[in-house]
Ligand binder design. Structure first.
Ligand SMILES: *Cc1c(COP(=O)(O)O)cnc(C)c1O
Length: 227
């Protein structure tokens, strides 16, 4: 691809509805390229590893209005650091992690925005709640008062065709609606973080409010990094 990062951003933006947040996924992306994306108007950036994110957030400290999003599996021993670096954690994938983040957020006097990662279809290769497990944990999640639970995050299993992918994303939207109807005081369901480079237009059709894009903005990454 010979387009510049700014041109790719403009092209993708023009195809997204106004309310959809474009989050640039910067794993393996050097800070120069992040600055290009910033200059093109991006303010939401995502990383999937705490160790990789920390030096970048330091290098980019002069860009004050960036919101950093965490999108990877968060190990317990990285939870505190994650709360210090990220405004958003999209990948809260268990009650245990939610409760740990809640305790740490209280100690650090933070109010992180979080999404609950859910698996609409069975997928042994991914972290996250199954639908019945998430429904069963809502009461305990509602008690995590230092978390701002904003919505759901989902990643479809590999190898689905477009209509199957659409069904997964619609399943997430319907689940969010169902949870919203239960009126938990501490659980908002206004964000649907879904859609990556290969499937974001399908996710937007199903009602995504935030898409997480790496490859289509910055090009192919070296090897595959763990999500
Ligand atoms: C890497 C990653 C993305 C971005 O993937 P692309 O296919 O490069 O757009 C989005 N979400 C998560 C959770 C990721 O790990």
């Amino acid at each position: 691809m010979s387009l510049s990062i700014a041109e790719r951003i403009a092209l993708i933006r023009s195809g997204l509805p106004a309310g959809v947040r474009l989050i640039a996924v910067t794993k393996q992306v050097p800070s120069d390229a992040i600055r290009e994306a910033y200059a093109a108007g991006i303010r939401d950036f995502a990383e999937s590893r705490v160790q990789e994110a920390e030096p970048k957030t330091i290098q980019l400290q002069d860009l004050p209005d960036i919101a950093w999003h965490f999108i990877g599996h968060l190990q317990a021993n990285k939870a505190q650091k994650a709360l210090q670096l990220f405004e958003w954690i999209h990948s809260v994938d268990s009650l245990k992690l939610a409760q740990r983040l809640d305790r740490l957020a209280e100690q650090l006097q933070r109010k992180p925005n979080v999404c609950l990662q859910v698996k609409i279809l069975r997928d042994p290769n991914k972290y996250g709640w199954t639908v019945p497990d998430l429904l069963a944990d809502l009461c305990a999640l509602n008690q995590c008062r230092h978390l701002q639970i904003q919505g759901l995050m989902t990643i479809p299993p590999l190898g689905l065709d477009e209509s199957e992918t659409l069904a997964v994303f619609e399943g997430a939207r319907e689940l969010a609606e169902k949870i919203r109807e239960q009126n938990w005081p501490n659980i908002r369901m206004r964000e649907l973080s879904m859609g990556m480079s290969a499937d974001y237009s399908v996710a937007v059709k199903a009602g995504a409010t935030a898409v997480r894009l790496g490859t289509v903005l910055f090009g192919e990454r070296q090897l595959s990094s763990p999500p």
